[in-house]
Design a protein around this ligand. Structure first.
Ligand code: ADP
Length: 469
């Protein structure tokens, strides 16, 4: 249990971000401290070397001007004045043998480096060395040089002070680093948690959403940052899913309803026939009725499949060169008797050939569906007009405009009428399965076009199909 919690905590993004932040901070701060440390060390060493070189110059001048004895005396005095535990000197023969020195009781561990003396003998001007003594807490900077004929000087200077300063610096470094790393971890954790609080809100909302409760939305803080954009996108996705699910629910309700009616009718007819007088004509009538209802069902199922295929682009559509004006003309001629029956004024305006590349059969079905609706939903003595034109302003797109003075469509229904099986409430008394417009739109889309509708309830509707020429 505890182990699970720990491993869950380790895998959180906040923990990993904090870890990264802490690691980068530690590396950069350590690099900065290291840089300062090296700078200080180098400047201390340079200063010590310079002091030693100055001292050596002084010894050489004394030796050359006043001789060996004065040099020995002066060197002794200077070492006593500076502190015998801080500086020392030895005067050596080129063989490395010492013949004079300051009080060496503090410097017993430091001998003469014959190799350094040999390098002088071979012509090198001076040789520097750093020698660690005793318990490693102290180091000595030593210089070897020839100051006159046959006289080698070994001069040493304790680096104890420098080491103490560097030690203090190191302690300061570790204390400061510990405090800084803890602060960085706390600040990093706080920042990561704050930055990810929006993500947590999205996760919480996603968890709360169930199939039945799609209404929840992630709160948007209007900071317009990445998290806000995530929340907005997530909410938009939920809107789409909600719409889709309600569409699917509505569609399945409609399918169930539309399948139930003919099946109930077939069953009712069969029941009445069986329980009736068992006459041959009744059975024949029942069979005819069943065939009719089945044809209707098959037609509905075929139309559904056809829409799905057209929408999915499963069957590539034909690209015949055809005149849309001529195609509409033929459709109008077919609908003319219906217009006369219903005493509807029917006019078509097809002034010029409108050539497109398309599927004749599909375009015929689309036109027929739109005209069928116009006549179906326009009452007696109404008006239906259809026109086909080249939309010169719009790359020569072909426009088919069907206008009627029918029942019209309410604004709430306008967005839904192209959905499969959707039928407006006032149209339920009319025949139809709610597939005509879905099919029309699928055909227009398959030709790279679109259908738009404007309508005023009680006044009529205008359907406009645009298809690229
Ligand atoms: P159907 O006509 O079989 O019901 P459609 O998909 O062709 O199905 O149309 C969907 C709905 O849109 C119709 O039920 C009707 O309510 C509405 N509709 C379509 N065309 C018109 C129109 N010209 N006038 C009024 N309402 C229309």
């Amino acid at each position: 249990m505890l182990f699970n919690r720990i491993s869950e905590f380790h895998s959180t993004l906040a923990f990993r971000l904090t870890l990264w932040y802490g690691a980068v901070f530690t590396v950069l701060t350590s690099a900065a401290f290291l840089f300062f440390y090296l700078m200080i060390t180098s400047s201390m060493n340079q200063r010590t070397d310079k002091d030693l070189l100055n001292q050596l110059g002084e010894f050489a001048a004394i030796y050359n001007l006043e001789g060996l004895e004065t040099l020995e005396r002066t060197a002794m005095m200077e070492s006593q004045a500076a502190g015998e535990e801080k500086v020392f000197f030895r005067l050596l023969y080129p063989s490395g043998l010492a013949f004079s020195s300051s009080n060496m009781s503090y410097w017993k561990d430091i001998g003469v480096d014959r190799k350094a003396v040999n390098r002088l003998v071979k012509g090198q001007d001076h040789v520097f060395e750093t020698v660690t003594v005793g318990d490693l807490k102290n180091s000595v900077r030593v210089i070897y040089a020839i100051i006159g004929k046959g006289i080698v000087v070994q001069l040493g200077r304790s680096m104890e002070n420098d080491i103490r300063i560097l030690g203090t610096f190191q302690k300061l470094f570790f204390t400061t680093m510990t405090i800084l790393i803890i602060t960085a971890a706390v600040v990093g954790w706080f920042m990561a948690k704050r930055a990810l609080s929006g993500v947590e809100a999205v996760t919480m909302t996603a968890r709360q959403i169930s199939e039945t409760d799609l209404g929840k939305r992630v709160p948007v803080k209007s900071n317009n940052d990445e998290i806000d954009q995530l929340a907005v996108t997530f909410n938009q996705m939920l809107d789409r899913i909600e719409k889709l699910i309600s569409g699917i629910r509505e569609m399945s309700d409609n399918i169930a309803h539309d399948l139930k009616s003919p099946v109930t009718r077939i069953r009712g007819h069969a029941e009445v026939t069986i329980t009736g007088k068992n006459r041959m004509e009744d059975y024949e009538a029942m069979a005819m009725g069943t065939i009719e209802e089945c044809d209707m069902l098959i037609d509905m199922i075929n139309t559904m499949l056809f829409i799905s295929k057209t929408e999915a682009g499963a069957d590539a559509i034909a690209h015949d060169v055809l005149d849309m004006a001529q195609l509409v003309q033929k459709a109008c001629e077919l609908f003319q008797p219906l217009a006369e029956d219903k005493n509807i004024s029917f006019q078509w305006d097809l002034p010029e050939p409108c050539m497109i590349k398309g599927d004749q059969h599909l375009l015929q079905r689309m036109t027929a569906n739109l005209l069928d609706n116009a006549f179906k939903y326009t009452p007696v003595s109404g008006k239906v007009d259809i026109s086909v034109s080249n939309d010169k302003k719009n790359k020569g797109d072909i426009k088919i405009r069907i206008e009627d003075t029918g029942t019209g469509i309410s604004p709430e229904d306008l967005d839904l009428i192209f959905n499969r099986f959707y039928r407006c409430d006032q149209s339920r008394s009319q025949s139809g399965a709610g597939l005509g417009l879905s099919l029309a739109r699928a055909v227009a889309t398959a030709h790279g076009g679109d259908i738009k509708v404007r309508s005023m309830p009680g006044a009529g509707s205008v359907f406009t199909v645009s298809i690229p020429a």
